[in-house]
Ligand binder design. Structure first.
Ligand SMILES: O=c1[nH]cnc2c1ncn2[C@H]1C[C@H](O)[C@@H](CO)O1
Ligand SMILES: [Zn+2]
Length: 377
């Protein structure tokens, strides 16, 4: 069914949402495997520690185990996905399927991140890991184009914040900048591992005019965001949800209000908004890790109405049992968004991508705006 010949209703209609062009900036490769692929790859490499080899049960296990209310426990689930992503063929398959799944969900541009240093257990080099993933992305892009759902996919390489390889990973990002790696990131447990531990890597990125995002303000609060933007110079914030701690709302304000006139922003919040620093918000993941109590109290809507540059993201589709369409649908249901809102979040994301300016513009003008124009009717 094409966009033209279907009756488009509200964003709450799942089939319409699938057709809406979407952009994802924050999606982990090792957090988005198909359960069946985890099982297949575990059998291939002789990994015997999976909690289940039944596809439905395994899918449920990831979602439930990740639903712990703690980032540290959430991160433990990655042991199983990382364990089966240790060969060129496994990495290439996972990367290709990731692109296929995103394209089938109507994603038109994606930046997919992963930590190359986690994929060296069976002897691969950092360069071999990067090349295997890029090859898988190219396979997926070709497959999606063939199916009439074109998608552009780029990679971000992540360094683990508890480890000490960030400079090396930043160098990897710059080395592969012409082959599809568009940026750098740090991830992992936030408390106790401030971004400033990795200043050397961020300095290197800036010295090379290369872009980076930092997971900050998820499990840990405002000081982490402050360091990420003020000491490290992050171009974007991974999550950044705790910027809300620097905003005083008017008395009686509720998270689903239509306006927050009278809100008072502190210095960090003002800086983030004034400089249009994109927030890579991941609503379902935030509920699972306990960054917020539930979707109803998520500050997404407050930040959106206060005109922060908010973007909608999946974080880990396997662990959160989600897709971009699902995240948008949950937000639309919770906060009453229509197509105009969803288009704004999508354009926000595309403007914030680490793709060259002219390529961003082409996707906005030729893909996103025409796609939403049809939905808007
Ligand atoms: O939401 C997250 N916060 C911090 N670290 C995360 C999150 N999601 C995934 N990670 C970690 C676990 C993965 O193994 C790693 C690289 O993708 O990044
Ligand atoms: Zn993340």
């Amino acid at each position: 069914m094409t966009v033209e010949n279907m009756t488009v209703q509200s964003p709450l209609e799942s089939s319409s949402l699938l057709l809406a062009p979407k952009v994802v900036l924050h999606d982990h490769l090792d957090g988005g495997l198909r359960p069946q692929t985890v099982i297949d790859l575990a059998a291939d490499v002789g990994y015997a520690n999976l909690p289940s080899t039944d596809v439905d049960e395994l899918g449920r296990w990831f979602a439930e185990a990740a639903n712990s209310g703690s980032l540290e426990t959430y991160l433990e689930t990655f042991a199983h996905t990382v364990a089966v992503m240790q060969t060129v063929s496994a990495l290439r398959r996972v990367a290709r399927e990731c692109v296929e799944d995103l394209a089938a969900d109507g994603v038109v541009y994606a930046e997919i991140r992963y930590a190359p240093e986690l994929h060296l257990e069976r002897g691969l080099t950092l360069d071999e890991v990067v090349e295997a993933v890029l090859a898988g992305f190219a396979d997926g892009e070709a497959d999606a184009a063939h199916r009439g759902r074109p998608i552009v996919v780029r990679a971000l390489v992540t360094a683990m914040r508890h480890a000490a390889r960030s400079r090396e990973i930043a160098e990897l990002a710059v080395r592969y900048r012409r082959q599809g790696v568009v940026g750098f990131d740090i991830a992992g447990a936030e408390a106790g591992y401030p971004p400033s531990r990795h200043l050397d890597a961020f300095d290197y990125m800036r010295a090379n005019n290369a872009r980076f995002t930092i997971h900050a303000g998820e499990a840990f609060g405002l000081p982490s965001i402050h360091e990420a933007i003020s000491f490290c110079g992050a171009d974007r914030l991974g999550h950044g949800v705790r910027v809300i701690d620097d905003i005083t709302l008017p008395p009686g304000a509720r998270p689903d209000d239509l306006s927050f006139d009278g809100a008072v922003l502190g210095d960090v919040a003002n800086y983030v908004r004034d400089k249009r620093i994109p927030l890579e918000l991941c609503p379902s993941s935030n509920v699972q890790t306990g960054a917020v109590a539930d979707l109803a109290s998520h500050p997404f809507n407050i930040l959106a109405r206060l005109r922060f540059r908010v973007t909608v993201n999946t974080d880990n589709r396997l662990m959160s049992d989600t897709t971009m369409s699902t995240e948008m649908q949950r937000l639309a249901t919770q906060f009453g968004y229509g197509w105009t809102d969803l288009q704004r979040f999508t354009v926000n994301a595309m403007k914030s991508a680490f793709l060259p300016f002219d390529e961003r513009l082409t996707i906005i003008d030729d893909v996103i705006k025409p796609g939403y124009a049809v939905l808007l009717g």
